[in-house]
Design a protein around this ligand. Structure first.
Ligand code: AMP
Length: 158
């Protein structure tokens, strides 16, 4: 199954200087969410490609409740669905350490902390959104890679 990361799709648009990439760039540089309509346009195009017709793993999407609502509509129109929602839980200070080591251009400590604030305000409400629908698996992400992989596999019943 293809790994579909909206952050990666956006970074590709930025590096190719597409009109969408030019609009998205300043949001990403500041650790803010890119406007929903831009992200949705990229995602819809990606989900329509041939390799995405038999499943996918969405990563970094949805990031707010409006995106989650739109995802339901988009998938219905495309006659697709998802089976699992996975929430990887990691203590905040461990996240900061990990991202600083990764060293992406938007991984300065100030921007990371802003992304975490945006997460609390806009993305965290999705936990309840998917819990209410009985669709959420919470996974301890503060463990060795093999252990996290095993928990993920177990959550999706594989
Ligand atoms: P990521 O690669 O998931 O860490 O995303 C990097 C940046 O891309 C984020 O800080 C946002 O600016 C933007 N981004 C990625 N996914 C989304 C999304 N679903 N909605 C809005 N902005 C996003």
């Amino acid at each position: 199954m293809p790994h579909v990361s909206t952050g990666e799709l956006l970074r590709a648009a930025v590096s190719q200087h597409t009109p969408l990439g030019l609009k998205a760039r300043s949001y990403m540089d500041n650790g803010e969410l890119v406007p929903d309509e831009l992200v949705l346009a990229l995602l819809e195009e990606r989900l329509q490609s041939a390799d995405a017709q038999r499943g996918w793993i969405l990563d970094g999407f949805p990031r707010n409740v409006a995106q989650a609502d739109t995802l339901e509509q988009v998938l219905e129109q495309m006659n697709q669905r998802y089976d699992h929602v996975l929430n990887l839980e990691v203590p905040v200070e461990i996240i900061v350490q990990r991202l600083l080591r990764r060293g992406r251009t938007d991984d300065s400590e100030a921007i990371i902390r802003n992304r975490l604030e945006v997460y609390q305000a806009q993305t965290a409400p999705l936990i309840q959104f998917y819990q209410q629908r009985n669709q959420l698996h919470s996974i301890n992400g503060h463990a060795p890679v093999e252990a996290v992989a095993a928990s993920l596999r177990q959550a999706i019943g594989g």
